[in-house]
Write a protein that binds this ligand. Structure first.
Ligand code: GLU
Length: 332
């Protein structure tokens, strides 16, 4: 009698576990399927306002998912490197958040969508003296100026070491991209001076623009990028090196800034259609974070008008739909 009850309990448990695994999504299958589905999507244009970026092939295409507990799934050109560009802003924001706290970040860097392009000077002029957010160029250069350090070299090393710790690798600067961007960054220099004139800048504008340009030129591949996102998915702790890189209490604020402005003037539409915080860069990288679950990174250089990877958005939306990852979806 007792044996029969035990047997039927075990059989039920077995059935339940089979049903659960059938329902759970196989990330390997999912990313391969998304790669196949979107590799022929050929809208968008590779950025050329930074001359060195124009040399990257529009066909480069890679996808990675890294889970909050450190499992890695990748497909496509996952060994090809590309400069982080604006994605670096998220992690320097995290460093500044850790050093100054979230109240100071809100007061000094802001959390308002500008609704204007990524490097808009008009956005600064419209609200003089009001910080915008740390993910548009003006705010990101101010963010660099807030990094605590004795001097320029130390400030840069803190930023680079921080990026490397998130990626769990020794990241390096792509020198040709850096040189190309330094030769053409007059607009960013103007933004820094404008911010200074309105008292929403906290250091030397020339130095900050140079360090900002350096952080944008740091190379990653799609797996390193997904690992960086996975730290944020894992409450600020790297699942790889175990370091608590960002106090867990600040993770929601970093993700909120990504939701507000991670895709610049495309951010509202992005949140409406994908429902997860993400950040793009003009080199075609994009990373999205699903708290407690995983990060998705995509590399595909052709961009839409707002400067966001076209395939990156399609792939991440596809994965968010398939995994019901939207933060606004009711899950039981
Ligand atoms: N370094 C680029 C710039 O300042 C970053 C822009 C981006 O990735 O959106 O123009």
């Amino acid at each position: 009698m007792f044996n029969n009850i035990l047997k039927s309990v075990l059989a039920t448990l077995l059935l339940l576990s089979v049903a659960a695994s059938a329902n759970s999504v196989d990330y390997n299958v999912l990313i391969k399927q998304a790669h196949q589905q979107y590799k022929t999507a050929n809208e968008g244009k590779v950025a050329d306002y930074i001359p060195a970026l124009a040399a990257y092939s529009p066909d480069n295409f890679a996808i990675a998912i890294v889970t909050a507990d450190g499992k890695v799934y990748a497909t496509g050109d996952s060994d090809k490197t590309f400069p982080l560009e604006s994605i670096s802003k998220v992690f320097t924001l995290a460093l500044v958040m850790e050093q100054h706290g979230s109240d100071e970040v809100l007061a000094k860097l802001g959390a308002n969508a500008t609704g204007l392009p990524f490097n808009s000077a008009l956005a600064v002029e419209l609200n003089p003296g009001e910080p915008q957010n740390p993910l548009v160029n003006a705010g990101a250069i101010s963010t660099v100026s807030l990094v605590k350090a004795e001097n320029k070299t130390e400030r840069w090393h803190r930023i680079l070491n921080n990026l490397s710790a998130y990626a769990d690798d020794n990241l390096t600067v792509n020198e040709p991209v850096f040189a190309s961007e330094m030769a053409t960054n007059q607009h960013n220099q103007a933004l820094a001076q404008l911010m200074l004139s309105y008292d929403v800048f906290y250091g030397d504008p020339r130095e900050a623009v140079e360090i900002y340009t350096r952080e944008c030129s740091v190379d990653v591949n799609v797996i390193q990028l997904a690992k960086m996102g996975a730290v944020l998915a894992n409450q600020g702790r790297s699942p790889f090196n175990g370091k608590q890189l960002l106090n867990a209490k600040y993770v929601p604020q970093v993700l909120a800034e990504m939701a507000i402005a991670g895709l610049y003037d495309g951010s509202g539409k992005w949140l409406y259609t994908a429902g997860i915080p993400a950040k793009s860069g003009v080199s075609g990288g994009m990373v999205a974070v699903v708290p407690g679950k995983f990060a998705i990174a995509v590399y595909s250089p052709p961009l839409d008008r707002a400067g966001n990877s076209v395939r990156g958005q399609k792939v991440i939306r596809h994965i968010a739909d398939a995994t019901r990852a939207s933060l606004f979806t009711h899950t039981q």
